[in-house]
Design a protein. Structure first.
Length: 95
């Protein structure tokens, strides 16, 4: 699941984003974005990547999903606008 965090405040996190995080076994994202939702991640596998590792995040998400994990790939803002949707689709189309 691609999960957009909105403008970056817990007050703006949608109910669907919260639910996606709750449903996931594994959370993957840029370390700064992971910190924004750290209180929602107890008991989950958390994979933190650096800012320039967008494709690595997408590849790791695909690999975990293929292993049967429910993955939440965390993105800032809207995942489809300057977010992780582009790199994720790039990886999926090459898979």
């Amino acid at each position: 699941m691609l999960v957009g965090l909105g403008p970056g405040s817990h007050d703006h996190l949608t109910a669907r984003a919260r639910a996606a995080i709750a449903e996931a076994d594994t959370i993957i994202g840029y370390v700064t974005y992971i910190r924004l939702v750290a209180d929602l991640l107890e008991g989950k596998e958390v994979i933190k990547k650096s800012m320039t590792e967008e494709l690595d995040r997408a590849i790791e998400s695909l690999e975990r999903a293929r292993q049967g994990k429910k993955v939440a790939l965390i993105s800032s803002g809207d995942a489809g606008v300057y977010g992780m949707a582009g790199p994720t689709f790039e990886v999926l189309f090459q898979a």
